[in-house]
Design a protein around this ligand. Structure first.
Ligand code: WTA
Length: 664
């Protein structure tokens, strides 16, 4: 198997092209490149008409819109503004009386392998009951509700129930710590938190409710009136009288009919916090109409969804991928989807393949980091190699969250897709709401490592720092020149930051993605080269370097100063390296190891385990210019173990470079 890895790596250099399979092209929704180009031309010729047609065709409007795009207050674009709808109605009620009504909506596989199936009709009843339960607590349209839940049917039901009553949800990933949860509850001003007593991951029972208690106990969360607790496991948890209520008790006796609250198209469906280049996470605010339109349209285009498909997106509902391609897109499109509670390596690293076989999965959408770890596992243990399972039901594979390296692409293509399934390498972001640049399975010739071309209606481009187009072959800044329906509307509570972060004046009003990219000379295909700001991508999770730095310096008894950078990592894409100046003499050997460990655990407690630095280096100071600016470029070179070739003459304190380069 090690031999396979070597063979795969050697393919890195070649630029192979994989034409879509004729059988797939023949029955695809967007069939062939001419069909793709025709859609692009339609959007070019009649931009608003293009979107209006799709919005009318794909969504049910309780009140039809008359205006498509309102650009009067750029960059606060409004879409379908005077239209009214309900997201939950569009995902559930709309299928009633059609064959989808009794179709399986969710195949839920628990951590221990137990399977539960629910039909669309049943999901509607559960969502309605939950919506009534929320109403009974006084939660109403416009309120914010934080959801801190494991991957469960209940988590999706909670999101849909909020949408049903017009409450804006903010899902916080179950791996975030109390401090991070508190910040998000506080910023959103949530009136309720929905959680579970515990979550099950990899055979372990992990607390959720006690973290909610801790977060609220930190102060600043006075807006929270209720905590609703789903009983996932039998283990007891603390319940605060008057504030906390068991979900099953709250649901008992609730009617399973709840008329949807019809909202304006621009009504905030959800807020989702993500990392930016300052210490404070940004509450990305999404709309109802435009967001849902793109969630559904991309299900149909990017995944070429058919009635008979069994769709599986492995993302957690705590991330945008789990919003658009678990909680909303598949339901809006009437798909059968798999929802998985656990982790890909439990009980062994064959779990994904086993589940694909077991449930007859046809479309599989996961992250490069998962693929890389499963390659590694099957290189050392043949028993977990995908060849041990029947994966013949698969027809389309997807990748999301970070660049997929060509060798991982090739392995995925060959060993999971049997050289028959196209891989849609979907580039997008929390802020974009849905896919932006991606191949279409029945049209686009694939090049490993490239997300290929923008979807019709998405005017992506690569520009220089003044917003001028770059020629193909030359790298630059990735922008989107025109607004699109599912774009971020604002940063919750901070419209100025929204403007500054995404629409900087020098870029001619284009949307700034924050990534660098280059287009190939032959096909004009996009390849994402990585973030150009202080955001890291570790295992597909977005982390702000400043966020981690703030966490480190919050350890006031130990840390005087900290700087965090990323370094390429074979498994996690990027790894976090922290340079730390302590408030005590430079530690050596065992002492240094012990302090590094203490700091790692501290960061896990402050933000969450995903933010733990892989490598911590100590120095008596950080490399700074004479004006006091930390020279991050230098730190990046040190983190990568590169020789310092740049001019360090402006450096205040050159001798510390050697200290920092030392691995503790
Ligand atoms: C990166 C996840 C390369 C990129 C949906 C982006 C990608 C950030 C890809 C957004 C891809 C996402 N190829 N890079 N296919 N998809 N990224 O907000 O740096 O968690 O800006 O959204 O992930 O991460 P986010």
């Amino acid at each position: 198997m090690a031999e396979t890895s070597a063979a795969i790596s050697s393919m890195l250099v070649e630029n192979r092209v994989f034409e879509p399979h004729p059988a797939l092209v023949a029955q695809a929704r967007v069939s062939g490149m001419d069909a793709y180009r025709a859609l692009c031309a339609e959007a070019e010729a009649d931009f608003e008409g293009f979107w209006a047609r799709r919005a009318r065709e794909l969504l049910h409007w309780h009140k039809p819109f008359t205006q498509v795009l309102d650009e009067s207050n750029k960059p606060f674009y409004k879409w379908f503004q005077d239209g009214e709808l309900n997201a939950s109605y569009n995902c559930l009620d709309r299928h009633m009386g059609t064959p989808v009504e009794n179709k399986t909506a969710i195949i839920f596989e628990a951590d221990d392998g137990a399977v539960t199936r629910v039909t669309y009709k049943e999901v509607l009843a559960r969502v309605s009951r939950f919506a009534n339960a929320l109403k009974s607590l006084g939660v109403k349209k416009g309120d914010r509700v934080v959801i801190y839940m494991p991957m469960t049917i209940e988590g999706i039901v909670a999101m849909q129930a909020c949408a049903r009553i017009g409450a804006t949800h903010s899902v916080v990933f179950g791996g975030f710590s109390a401090g991070a949860l508190k910040d998000r509850i506080q910023d959103a001003g949530a009136v309720a938190v929905i959680t579970a007593n515990f979550q099950m991951r990899g055979g372990k029972e992990l607390p959720l409710k006690s973290i909610v208690d801790e977060a609220i106990g930190m102060g600043g969360c006075e807006s929270v009136r209720h905590v609703v607790v789903f009983q996932r496991t039998a283990t007891a948890c603390n319940m605060v009288a008057g504030r906390d209520v068991w979900m099953h008790e709250l649901l008992a006796g609730q009617s399973d009919e709840c008329p949807p609250e019809v909202v304006g198209a621009e009504h905030p469906l959800f807020i989702l916090y993500t990392s930016g280049s300052t210490g404070k996470p940004k509450g990305v605010q999404h709309s109802t109409g435009g967001y849902l339109l793109w969630a559904k349209q991309t299900m149909l285009w990017t995944f070429d969804l058919k009635d008979s498909d069994v769709f599986w997106c492995t993302a957690d509902i705590g991330w945008i991928t789990g919003h658009t391609y678990v909680a909303y897109g598949p339901l809006a499109a009437g798909a059968t989807q798999i929802v998985f509670e656990g982790v890909p390596t439990y009980p062994n690293a064959g779990r994904f393949w086993q589940m694909i076989e077991r449930h007859g999965c046809t479309i599989f959408y996961t992250a490069p980091t998962a693929i890389r770890s499963l390659i590694k596992a099957s290189d050392t243990d043949e028993k977990v190699h995908p060849k041990n399972w029947n994966l013949s039901t698969l027809r389309i594979l997807g990748s999301v969250g970070e660049p997929i390296n060509p060798e991982a692409w090739m392995w995925y293509y060959k060993h999971v897709g049997g050289e028959r399934c196209p891989i849609v390498d979907t580039f997008w972001q929390t802020e974009t709401g849905g896919h932006m640049i991606t191949p279409l399975p029945g049209a686009t010739p694939l090049v490993p490592g490239s997300c290929t071309l923008p979807l019709p209606g998405i005017f992506a481009a690569i520009v220089d720092e003044q917003g001028n187009d770059m020629p193909n072959g030359q790298g630059g800044i990735l922008v989107v020149k025109k607004p699109w329906p599912s774009m971020i509307r604002t940063i919750w509570g901070d419209p100025e930051r929204f403007k500054k972060s995404y629409f900087p004046e020098e870029l001619k009003g284009y949307y700034l993605a924050g990534d660098g990219a280059v287009r190939s000379e032959d096909r004009g295909y996009f390849r994402i080269t990585g973030r150009i700001d202080d955001v890291l991508n570790v295992s597909g999770h977005r982390m702000g370097t400043m966020e981690i730095e703030s966490a480190l310096v919050a350890k006031t008894d130990l840390v005087a100063e900290a700087a965090v950078v990323g370094r390429p990592d074979d498994l996690t894409g990027e790894a976090i390296v922290a340079f730390v100046v302590l408030k005590r003499p430079l530690p050596q050997g065992e002492e240094a190891k012990q302090i590094a460990n203490e700091l790692r655990n501290w960061v896990a407690k402050e933000i969450g385990p995903i933010a733990k630095p892989k490598d911590i280096r100590f120095g008596e100071n950080l490399p700074k210019t004479r004006s006091g600016k930390i020279m991050r470029r230098l730190l990046r070179a040190i983190a990568r173990g590169e020789a310092i070739t740049q001019d360090v003459s402006t450096l205040e304190n050159p001798h510390i470079l050697e200290q920092l380069a030392r691995n503790n």
